[in-house]
Design a protein around this ligand. Structure first.
Ligand code: ZN
Length: 241
């Protein structure tokens, strides 16, 4: 039986709920210049353009068509029923894990549903799309909130906590992430170094030189529920799911 599990989720698990991803073919970066909509410099030079970009994403979440899938639900079930320590780290800025019921969750790339005061770093929940009227209540004068997302060139959130969890985990699972972007790409090395079992779940085998010990190929919405049932019934994960 495992004692401490760390799970990293990426765009692949959200894509199965119908959300457009950033990096895939037909991804959002095909249509938008990264330097304009996802860097501090781009925001400084045209905040309205950046807000519009994230508002489009925001609208997509709130149009009523996007729901958590069986992968999200299974991870919430694992959190509720697993008796050891568990941390879900997500690279996704959507709230599908929360909607499925996950609570022990860390958004390393921020959250679309929040704005952040650029001075105090305090976050505020957004109940409507971004606009100039969204200002903080922590400063005088009030500051215009910026999207609470990590842009290129910025440090992801929670790295200390993630590192700490990886240092003592005995199972690390990455789901729907290409595993090519640092620092997340290095999590598997840390977990391996500490003797954990490492498992990746991906639609297609991503990397010939993968550091993961086990590779499960297929949809997260189909594989993750099986994986969770195995873990909860005390089975050791292997390739023959
Ligand atoms: Zn403030």
């Amino acid at each position: 039986m495992y004692q401490q599990i760390v799970i990293l989720t990426g765009a692949g698990i959200s894509a199965e709920s119908g959300l457009r991803t950033f990096r895939d073919q037909d991804g959002l970066w095909e249509e938008h210049k990264i330097e304009e909509v996802a860097t501090p410099e781009g925001y400084a030079s045209n905040p309205l353009l950046v807000e519009r970009f994230y508002n489009d994403r925001w609208q997509q979440f709130h149009n009523g068509c996007i729901e958590p899938n069986a992968g999200h639900t299974a991870l919430a079930k694992l959190e509720q029923q697993f008796e050891g320590e568990l941390l879900v780290v997500t690279q996704n800025i959507d709230d599908l894990h929360e909607r499925a019921g996950s609570k022990r969750l860390l958004h390393m790339h921020g959250e679309l549903s929040k704005g952040r005061c650029p001075r105090s770093q305090q976050t505020f929940i957004l109940r409507e799309p971004f606009g100039p009227r969204h200002t903080c209540t922590c400063c005088i004068p009030a500051q215009r909130l910026r999207p609470h997302v990590v842009w290129f060139g910025e440090m992801p959130f929670g790295l200390d906590r993630i590192q700490h969890a990886l240092d003592s985990c005995d199972l690390f699972i990455a789901i729907g992430t290409s595993g090519t972007v640092y620092p997340a790409a290095g999590f598997v090395d840390t977990a391996n170094h500490h003797g954990a079992q490492t498992v990746e779940v991906n639609l297609v085998a991503v990397d010939r030189h993968s550091q993961f010990q086990y590779h499960l190929e297929g949809k997260a919405s189909e594989l993750v529920p099986k994986l969770v049932d195995d873990i909860l019934s005390g089975k050791i994960v292997n390739n023959v799911l």
